[in-house]
Design a protein around this ligand. Sequence first.
Ligand code: BJW
Length: 250
Amino acid sequence: MPLRPDLIDILRNEAAPIVILTGAGISKESGLHTFRDPDGIWAKYDISEVATPDAFIANPDLVHHFYNDRRAGLLDPAVQPNAAHLALAKLEAEWPGDVLLVTQNIDDLHGRAGSQNLIHMHGELQKIRCTHCDLLTDWRDDLTKETRCPSCSKSGGLRPHVVWFGEMPLEMERIYAALGSCGLFISIGTSGNVYPAAGFVQIAHEEGAAETVELNLEPSSGATLFDHSAYGAATDLVPKFVAALLKTSD
Ligand code: BJW
């Protein structure tokens, strides 16, 4: 267990606010691909061709195809929240202090698991927005450049509600405020390659004076920045870690 029991007691007694950052690794055992593992999404697609605003201008058909495939994959009945998603929802419900879950993932598995204080900093796969009229709406079907906006009826302006490279991640002010005042920061299933998320550990450490914990399959790019760490599959590590924080059995 990465945190000593006496440290857990102090955090519990102080009702220390917790900020959790998750990445693609937490959804891997639900059947969704990570990005940078050998079998990951970036092994099949070139980032610059599908995950930048310029890519969407240059080849909207390819970008729509990329997200249509992933949106359809999320509707596969086999893709369900796993024990790690469920454990984090339990932590939010039972921890004596605030728990903010910030996910880089665009899947909806944290929400389905029951997490409520949740920020999708890189957007949501099952939402689209219209660049003509700013409509933001739920969307579960395929999207093409011919699809008409349900609000302004124009075509060509609808895009996935995701954050591409070079775009500002969502709700950053709220995230920075929480990082600056948390007592515990936990990073789960992320390789630590993408900023600003990769820098959260330093902000939590320096501004929040937080204890920082990494739970990942293997040491991330920022592994040495964490005070505590444990390595293994999220469905094994996260329920055990949450049980230790809540002093229950997993
Ligand atoms: C398991 C497991 C199991 C496997 N159990 N674990 C500073 C320095 C340098 C560059 C920059 C910088 N600041 C900004 C930049 C530019 C850029 C950037 O970071 N570039 C880097 C490549 C260097 N960042 C941006 O452009 C961002 N915007 C921005 O910075 O705006 C300006 C700004 C300035 C100041 C403050 C605030 C803002 C936007 C980034 C957008 C990222 N978008 C993507 C794609 C869109 C969504 C989508 O299609 O899904 O988001 S890229 C992709 O990477 C996706 C992910 O959310 C993101 C992170 O990936 P993640 O989750 O870490 O996945 P992997 O695959 O990398 O790692 C998985 C991990 O799980 C691995 O470690 C495995 O071992 C592990 N694992 N199985 C536990 N079972």
